[in-house]
Design a protein around this ligand. Structure first.
Ligand code: UD1
Length: 418
C-alpha cells in the first residue's frame, strides 16, 4: 500500500499548472456515449477516477487512446449497451452518468447503484425523477438500478426539488437527443455543468442555460468534436488552503479566475494577497491569516468540496473559525484524523469549530478524497514528519500531487509500504 510522507513547516514558493476539472472530465467522458464518432478531449486530468471511467467505456467496446499526456480520443461507435466492470461502477459516483447516456442511446440501462466518496448517503431520486418525467420506468432492486423507456422518451418540463449537479447533468444527457424542448428548473450552475453543456453544444446539441433554468432542444444526432476541459477549481482552491497553512508565494497557471472568485475573496479577507492576471493567479501570505466563518452552498458560493481543506487551514490561522456544512451533513470524518496532529476542532450538528493550534506530525488515514487533501494541508503546516495512509482516495482527484507540491518546495514523498 502506498502512503505519503510529508515533512511540514516549509513555506511554499514557485509555480504550478492546475489540471483539468475531474468533475467535468468524468461526465464529458461518459457523454461520448451519445456520439457515434471520434471525440478528442484535451486537458483531461490523469487521476484514477478518469482512468476508471475510461476502463468502464473500454469494457463496453469503446476505442480509447491517449494521444498526448492530457488528450484522449474516445470513439463509442461500436459500444454495446451492457455494462461490465460492476466493481468500478459501484465505487465511483460519476458512473451515475451512465444512466442518462445509456438510456438515451439504448432506451434501457441496468447498473449497480453508483458509489462515491464515503461521506454519507448519496441519493439519486432527483436523477430518477427526471428520467421518469421523460417517460422512463425506474426500479431499484438488489443494489442495482434499472431504467427503461416505456415507449419513446419525450421532452418535458422538469423542476428539481433539490439543486443537484449530478441530476442536472444526467437529465441534460438523457434529453439532448429527444424531439422537442426539455426544460430543467432549479438546476445546478456549477462550472462542471456548463463544461458538459459546452461540450455537447460543440458536438451539435442545442442546450442553453439561463440562470437556474436549462433549455434543451433535442437534435437528431451529435457529431465528433475536439474539446478542452475547464480547469479544476477545487484543485486550485486546495492550493490556496495549502498556502494558507504554510505561508509563501505561489502562482497557479491555467486557471479560470471567475470560478474561484467567491472563495478567493474570503482568502483575501483573511489576509492572503490574491492577484489574478489572465489565466494565472498569484497567492502570497507571509503572516498567519486571520480567521473566517464559511457556509457551504451550491455554486457560486463556497464549495462543499473545499470544506475539509479549509477547516485544516483554519488550524494555522490567528483566530480559527468555522465551517457550516449545508450539502453533505456527514462530511466530518477528517476531524478525528486532524486531531491526531493536535488540531482543536469541535463538531456540533453540521458545524465544525476550529481553534488555532500548533499541529505536530502524526500517522493519519484519508477517509475520502477531500478529507485526504485536508490531511495534506495539515501535514504541510505541521512540524515534523507525518504520514498519510489510504492514498488511493487522494489520487482519485489530484493529479501529480507529490510532483506539484515538491516543485513548490514542499517536502513530500509517495512511498510503498507492506
Ligand atoms: C457532485 C460532485 C461532488 C460535489 C457535489 C456538490 C462529481 C462526481 N461529484 O456530486 O464532488 O461535492 O457535486 O457540489 O461531480 N441529492 C439528493 N438527491 C439526489 C441528488 C442529490 O438529495 O437525487 C443531494 C445530495 O445528497 C447533496 C446535494 O443534493 O446533499 C447535492 O448533491 P449533488 O449536487 O447531486 O452531488 P453529486 O452530483 O453527487
Amino acid at each position: 500500500m502506498e502512503y505519503l510522507q510529508i515533512e511540514g513547516g516549509n513555506r511554499l514558493r514557485g509555480e504550478i499548472r492546475v489540471s483539468g476539472m475531474k468533475n467535468s472530465a468524468l461526465p464529458v467522458i461518459f457523454a461520448t456515449v451519445l456520439i457515434k464518432d471520434e471525440c478528442i478531449i484535451e486537458n483531461v486530468p490523469r487521476v484514477s477516477d478518469v482512468f476508471c471511467a475510461l476502463d468502464i467505456l473500454t469494457s463496453m467496446g469503446a476505442r480509447v487512446e491517449w494521444c498526448e499526456k492530457h488528450t484522449v480520443l474516445i470513439d463509442t461507435s461500436w459500444l454495446c449497451g451492457e455494462v461490465k466492470e460492476y466493481e468500478k461502477i459501484s465505487k465511483m459516483r460519476a458512473s451515475s452518468y451512465l444512466m442518462g447516456v445509456l438510456l438515451a442511446r439504448f432506451d434501457s440501462v441496468k447498473i449497480p447503484m453508483p458509489g462515491g466518496c464515503n461521506f454519507g448517503g448519496r441519493p439519486i431520486e432527483q436523477h430518477l425523477k427526471g428520467f421518469c418525467l421523460l417517460g422512463a420506468e425506474c426500479l431499484e432492486n438488489n443494489g442495482f438500478v434499472e431504467i427503461c423507456a416505456k415507449k419513446h422518451l419525450k421532452s418535458t418540463k422538469i423542476t428539481l426539488d433539490k439543486i443537484s449537479v449530478g441530476a442536472t447533468i444526467n437529465i441534460v444527457l438523457a434529453s439532448v437527443l429527444l424531439d422537442g424542448v426539455t426544460t430543467i428548473d432549479n438546476c445546478a450552475i456549477e462550472p462542471h455543468v456548463d463544461d458538459v453543456i459546452c461540450f455537447l453544444n460543440r458536438a451539435g446539441a442545442k442546450v442553453i442555460r439561463k440562470g437556474r433554468r436549462i433549455y434543451c432542444e433535442g437534435v437528431s444526432s451529435l457529431h465528433g468534436v475536439k474539446y478542452r476541459i475547464f480547469p479544476d477549481m477545487i484543485e486550485a482552491l486546495t492550493y490556496f488552503t495549502m498556502l494558507g497553512a504554510t505561508g509563501g508565494d505561489i502562482t497557479l497557471t491555467g486557471v479560470n479566475y471567475e470560478h474561484l472568485s467567491y472563495s478567493a475573496i474570503i482568502f483575501q479577507s483573511m489576509g492572503m494577497c490574491v492577484d489574478s492576471y489572465y489565466d494565472e493567479v498569484r497567492l502570497r501570505a507571509f503572516d498567519r491569516l486571520s480567521g473566517a466563518r464559511v457556509v457551504t452552498a451550491p455554486y457560486p458560493f463556497f464549495p462543499t468540496d473545499l470544506h475539509p481543506q479549509f477547516a485544516a487551514m483554519l488550524c494555522f490561522t490567528k483566530d480559527g473559525g468555522e465551517v457550516r456544512e449545508e450539502i453533505f451533513p456527514s462530511r466530518f470524518a477528517y476531524i478525528s484524523e486532524l486531531e491526531r496532529m493536535g488540531a482543536n476542532i469541535t463538531k456540533s450538528n453540521n458545524v465544525a469549530r476550529v481553534l488555532p493550534s500548533e499541529l505536530y506530525a502524526a500517522s493519519t488515514y484519508a477517509t475520502d478524497l477531500r478529507a485526504g487533501a485536508a490531511l495534506v494541508v495539515g501535514a504541510l503546516g505541521a512540524s515534523g514528519q507525518s504520514t498519510i495512509n489510504n492514498v488511493n482516495y487522494i489520487v482519485r482527484g489530484y493529479e501529480d500531487l507529490t510532483g506539484k507540491i515538491s516543485s513548490l518546495g514542499g517536502k513530500i514523498k509517495l512511498l510503498k509500504g507492506e
